[in-house]
Design a protein around this ligand. Structure first.
Ligand code: ZN
Length: 116
């Protein structure tokens, strides 16, 4: 059985534009923002679920970030016409890498009107 020594980790990239993203960090300015997240240059936002158990709450935070904290706007959005959702799975937040054995997830939201 040959051993593979290649580094199987890859950088975390935005699923929409394939840019490498910055490490998620604390999001200021909202009581709802319990998770670390960030903003991509293409207009996408992302939030990090480090446990793989918070999915819905993390996704909601990403939607709120995309709508600049406007919950009414979040509730008015339709996934078919207004935004796209993407995921980066197997994300290790401590190393900021995608790894085969990691189990965190990054949730991405990009409003179509904000897209480049
Ligand atoms: Zn992007």
């Amino acid at each position: 059985m040959p051993k593979l020594f290649a580094d199987r980790t890859v950088p975390a990239r935005c699923p929409f534009c394939r840019r490498e993203i910055l490490p998620p960090r604390e999001i200021k300015g909202g009581q709802w923002y319990d998770f670390n997240g960030g903003y991509c240059a293409c207009g996408a936002v992302y939030a990090h679920d480090p446990t793989a158990r918070n999915g819905g709450a993390v996704l909601l935070q990403a939607m709120l970030m995309a709508c600049k904290g406007d919950m009414e706007r979040v509730l008015s959005l339709s996934s078919e016409t207004d935004y796209d959702e993407g995921h980066v799975q197997k994300y290790n937040g401590e190393r900021h890498k995608v790894e085969p054995q990691a189990f965190g997830t990054l949730y991405f939201i990009r409003l179509r009107e904000e897209a480049e």
